[in-house]
Design a protein around this ligand. Structure first.
Ligand code: GAP
Length: 436
């Protein structure tokens, strides 16, 4: 990324996201809803590709992890057992003058950052969203929107064990929405009140937890490398005793160097047997695992890898964004990995005559069976390239007069801008090889 003030880069990214249909402010025509965002056509593809890439690495390629899709609304006692009702809160202060609200751990001063007014004492503010189930709105009908997907996995662990015939060590992976009534959501989609998590809980024998914790730390940072994120923008941060969540005995964050600083991207936690023990106590159901080989019974320890899907998407965009100087002109390009690029190929007839559009449509229809391909015949060829550069499309295919003679097309590669002539019949294989 070119050297620019960080707020400048963020505002350019936000503008690009709106202009090109990656991300829109939610409820925009009503003035927007704070911290809620909608994914547009390109954002939807990018997000789906990130999730698919995660599922491939965490489930498809492994014999020891299976998937789950649990409901957002769950029995309210789950959140008592998990400790969220009592302890999932942030300290909050209010300005007595302008009434603005801040997270107390974000500011170490006594006066309001905005107006200089006096602040109240810190109070605990529970981050869970509440709603009511059924027609009566009373204490007994309160249910919560889940603040993490993890609990849906813990309460299903026996169901999955029995139905999938997995044996310890094994994992359960889930992607889904989570909700937190954050006091200070900020930085575009970095911290929002509605977001998606990609979580995996790995069940191990007590005593083997530290070994698996190290294993998952390495696996997960490697995943971001495979996603195309620059290594120098990734680091680990170990939680000190005062940072650890109530359920964790050890935790490392994978941090990314965002334009607004190094921030958490994913958490890897040793949750010990805390959650399953709590659910055993609150539900009265036996949460022990029976080991056939050793005839032992024990409550498994859990190593958790917890990534934010929206945060990963922001990371991909920030890491890929570049403004290149091209002969005095600026080329805005997203160097997204072809694996996750929303559109893999743009197809352009050089001119709108002589059978070139028909040829272009035929190629597009063929490629579309395998991945997202986009036909564009509008405007000068240079402008069409630029539009795809901004969308992160790795390959642009041009149909020209030579195509009509020898059935070859030019393929222009986004990052190098190099062009190569490729027989139309080999196009699919050519692009597939480059993507993989
Ligand atoms: N189950 C453990 C857990 O939820 P966490 O560290 O609170 O751990 C995990 O959250 C990940 O979820 C974070 O690393 C981040 O990527 C994402 N996340 C958490 N809160 C978020 C928010 N308000 N907005 C967007 N993503 C969030």
């Amino acid at each position: 990324m070119s050297k620019q003030p960080s707020d400048n880069i963020m505002s350019k990214l936000v503008a690009l996201c709106k202009r090109r249909g990656f991300i829109f402010q939610s409820s925009e025509i009503y003035g927007g809803l704070d911290s809620c965002y909608d994914y547009g056509p390109l954002g939807t593809e990018l997000k789906a590709n990130i999730k698919q890439f995660w599922l491939k690495s965490m489930v498809q390629m492994r014999d020891d992890i299976v998937g789950l899709d649990s409901s957002i609304l769950m029995h309210p006692t789950i959140w008592q057992a998990s400790g969220h009702v009592a302890g999932f809160s942030d300290p909050m202060v209010d300005c007595k003058n302008c009434k603005r609200r801040f997270r107390a751990d974000d500011i170490n001063i006594e006066k309001c950052l905005v107006c200089g007014g006096e602040l109240t004492q810190a109070r605990q503010f529970n981050l869970m969203f509440k709603t009511h189930m059924g027609p009566v709105e009373d204490e007994a009908s309160i249910v919560y929107l889940r603040p993490e997907t993890a609990q849906g996995i813990y309460v299903n662990y026996q169901n999955v064990l029995q139905s999938s015939r997995q044996k310890i060590p094994f994992g359960i992976a889930q992607i889904g929405k989570a909700f937190r009534n954050e006091i200070t959501p900020r930085n575009f989609i970095f911290r929002t009140r509605e977001f998606e998590q990609m979580e995996m809980q790995f069940f191990v024998k007590p005593g083997k937890d530290e070994e698996w914790f190290e294993y998952w730390k390495e696996k997960r940072i490697q995943w971001y490398d495979e996603l195309g994120i620059k290594k120098e923008n990734l680091q680990f941060h170990q939680h000190g005793p005062d940072e650890l969540a109530h359920y964790a005995s050890a935790a490392f964050d994978i941090e990314y160097q965002f334009p607004f600083g190094w921030k958490e991207l994913e958490g890897i936690h040793n949750r010990t047997d805390f959650d399953l023990k709590q659910h055993q106590a609150y539900s009265g159901k036996d949460m022990q695992y029976f080991d056939d080989a050793t005839r032992e019974r024990f409550i498994p320890y859990i190593i958790e890898t917890s990534a934010g899907c929206d945060r990963t998407l922001l990371t991909c965009l920030a890491d890929a964004y570049e403004e290149e100087d091209l002969n005095g002109d600026t080329r805005v390009v997203l160097h997204l990995s072809p694996k996750i690029a929303p559109i893999k190929a743009g197809i352009f007839p050089l001119v709108k005559r002589d059978g070139m559009p028909e040829y272009g449509h035929k190629i597009t229809d063929n490629l579309k069976k395998h991945f997202m391909a986009f036909y564009d015949e509008g405007g000068a060829i240079g402008r069409r390239y630029r539009r795809q550069d901004e969308a992160g499309t790795p390959f642009c295919i041009t149909v020209d007069s030579q195509t009509l003679e020898d059935n070859t097309v030019t393929v222009r590669e986004r990052d190098s801008m190099k062009q190569e002539r490729v027989p139309s019949d080999n196009l699919l294989q050519y692009i597939r090889d480059k993507i993989s």
